[in-house]
Design a protein. Structure first.
Ligand SMILES: [Zn+2]
Length: 189
């Protein structure tokens, strides 16, 4: 258990002082991997934790931002890849936790590991893709359709993608609308 002490926050100077607030930031190596499926945060990966601890009447309210790197296997082409991963979560650590308030203040600290782990695992994609337009494997040959693997890049592109690319270019020149709504990636809330 001692390894997971990295997730503990000392709150001695906040306990029973409603209105007090602290902000802290630190960086450490993940002691134990998070995630069991295609996408994981492996042990040893660097994680940046920005926390805001607010003393409220019921306990300590924690708002946290987690930034790390997700390692995953693409659900389409089976390629392994790594990509930035960020989440936020908020949790109330109560002085007198009830069944509804699962987490409590333990003496002079709160343990962020359970809620952090829950939030991360929930946000990890169930079907990760190496990129939004990954064409996947050819159903007949089992080979990558990807232009990067074998063959000349130009001729390996599926004709449907070529048509789409042309459409996007036309749309962009016809309208002055900026490329909005195109923010793919695992960043979630
Ligand atoms: Zn892929």
């Amino acid at each position: 258990m001692s390894e997971t002490r990295v997730y503990e926050e000392h709150v001695r100077d906040l306990v029973n002082r409603p209105g007090e607030m602290r902000e802290r930031s630190r960086r450490f190596s993940v002691p134990e991997k998070m995630g069991e499926a295609l996408a994981q945060i492996p042990a040893g990966e660097e994680l940046t934790l920005d926390v805001r601890l607010e003393s409220v009447h019921e306990g300590i309210l924690v708002s946290a931002e987690v930034s790390t790197t997700m390692h995953a296997e693409c659900g389409r082409c089976l390629k392994e890849f790594a990509t930035p991963f960020q989440i936020e979560f908020q949790e109330l650590f109560a002085y007198t936790p009830t069944e509804a308030d699962e987490y409590g203040v333990h003496g002079d600290h709160v343990d962020l590991e359970p809620p952090l782990r829950d939030a991360v695992v929930l946000a990890l994609p169930f079907q990760p893709v190496c990129r939004p337009d990954c064409p996947g494997l050819d159903p007949e040959s089992g080979e990558l359709r990807d232009a990067e693997v074998g063959g000349s890049p130009a001729t390996d592109i599926d004709p449907r993608w070529v048509a789409l690319a042309g459409f996007q270019t036309n749309a962009a020149t016809a309208q002055d609308e900026p490329g909005s709504g195109e923010t793919p990636g695992p960043v979630s809330k």
